[in-house]
Design a protein around this ligand. Structure first.
Ligand SMILES: Cc1ncc(COP(=O)(O)O)c(C=O)c1O
Length: 388
């Protein structure tokens, strides 16, 4: 018998330029240096114990086997009721709401369901880091359109110029990570008008839908019939209920779009863990937790901004999300990513460079802090930042 040789065949990578994400790099550096980690976006406080109890109860009741492919009916119904109550559009819970393994799986599934090789997909930069690789995996061509530097508002002249007969979809995200910008009704109406004569789909990433401040309203695509009819709307229970590690989200889309979405969903994840779904369904019976979320995070935002106002950082508006961006020019001449490494190592606070959200690493001297943290964490960070 010939000796066995261990040989892993060479692989042609689908992502030749992909490295470790800045989020991983900064979190590792934060741990190494004992820095306060305001980099990666997740809460450092517990969720409501009632939610944990509801999930525990579901497990104890033996609700531990495969749920239906589209998600359990009570959770789909709770989502449909919430969307109707808040945004005035009635989605059929059976055919138009699908429970997903977080927003990340929802987004890639939506992309794979509608984008074919050769299709163009518009992304508005800076954007969440999964969008571009998702489009590439589907064989689509990424068309990058910058949000206006400085304000991060959508530039409809540039978006209009990017539309072509090959455009299959546009990905939008409000409230926006990383800038904290919230699209206005007028901006959503402009998008609706712009797309009206086209067959372009919208993937509307609304994971921060319940974090909008100063009395502003979240302008869900669901509020605009012309957009809703062409949109897959994505949200995340992880963000809303302080359980980012549970990875449960949903997609709301017209029945024909949901049907296509589900064809991919059933073969990339099939379904989402059962007890979490039952726990979330019973917890959603009360709207209070998500109705109180704007006030909860607005207070944290204000606490954090008050402290930052005493530094030489220039504060950008934070209209929604749990992110606060600052301009660093008066504090440092370093590039954004070098500055974040310096800030973590020397000052002891981790942040994320905005250049990480651009394909070409565009550096506008702006970094992002996450304020989804205990007050004492924010105060500890502010004490360190006070030197700047
Ligand atoms: C804009 C945006 N979309 C999607 C996600 C992913 O959400 P999930 O954790 O539910 O997959 C995030 C998480 O940070 C995000 O910021």
């Amino acid at each position: 018998m010939a000796p066995v040789t261990e040989r892993t065949p060479p692989i042609q990578t689908k992502f030749p330029t992909m490295g470790t994400t800045i989020f991983t790099v900064m979190s590792a550096l934060a741990t190494e240096k004992g820095a306060v980690n305001l980099g990666q976006g997740f809460p450092d406080f517990e969720c409501d114990p009632k939610l944990v109890d509801a999930v525990t109860e579901a497990m104890k009741k033996g609700l531990n086997q495969y749920p239906p492919m589209t998600g359990i009916a009570p959770l789909r119904e709770a989502v449909a009721s919430k969307v109707e109550a808040l945004y005035g559009r009635k989605y059929d819970s059976a055919s138009e709401i699908t429970i997903t393994a977080g927003a990340t799986q929802a987004i890639i599934t939506a992309v794979l369901a509608i984008v074919k090789p050769g299709d163009e997909v518009i992304v508005l930069e800076p954007c969440y880091d999964s969008y571009v690789p998702n489009i590439e995996l589907a064989g689509g061509t990424v068309v990058r359109v910058p949000l206006t530097p400085g304000t991060f508002r959508p530039d409809f002249v540039k978006i209009a110029a990017a539309l072509s007969p090959k455009t299959r979809a546009i990905m939008i995200n409000s409230p926006h990570n990383p800038s904290g910008t919230v699209w206005t009704r007028a901006e959503m109406l402009q998008l609706q008008d712009l797309l009206a004569p086209t067959d372009v789909f919208v993937i509307s990433d609304e994971v921060y839908e319940h974090m909008v401040f100063d009395g502003q309203l979240h302008q869900s695509a669901a509020r605009f019939p012309g957009l809703a009819a062409r949109s897959l709307i994505v949200s995340s229970f992880g963000k809303t209920y302080h359980v980012t590690g549970w990875k449960v989200g949903y997609v709301a889309a017209p029945a024909v779009l949901s049907a296509e979405f589900r064809k991919v969903h059933q073969f990339n994840v099939f379904t989402v863990n059962t007890p979490m779904q039952f726990g979330l369904a019973s917890y959603m019976a009360s709207p209070e937790p998500y109705l109180q979320l704007p006030a909860f995070y607005q207070r944290k935002r204000d606490l954090f901004r008050e402290g930052l106002a005493r530094t030489r950082f220039q504060l950008l508006p934070s209209e929604g999300t749990y992110f606060q961006c600052v301009e660093i020019s008066k504090v440092s001449a370093l590039k954004e990513d070098e500055f974040c490494k310096w800030l973590t190592s020397e000052i002891g606070v981790a942040a994320i460079p905005l250049s990480a959200f651009y394909g070409n690493g565009f550096d506008q001297r702006v970094v992002r802090f996450c304020f989804a943290k205990k007050d004492e964490t924010l105060k500890a960070a502010l004490e360190r930042l006070a030197k700047l």
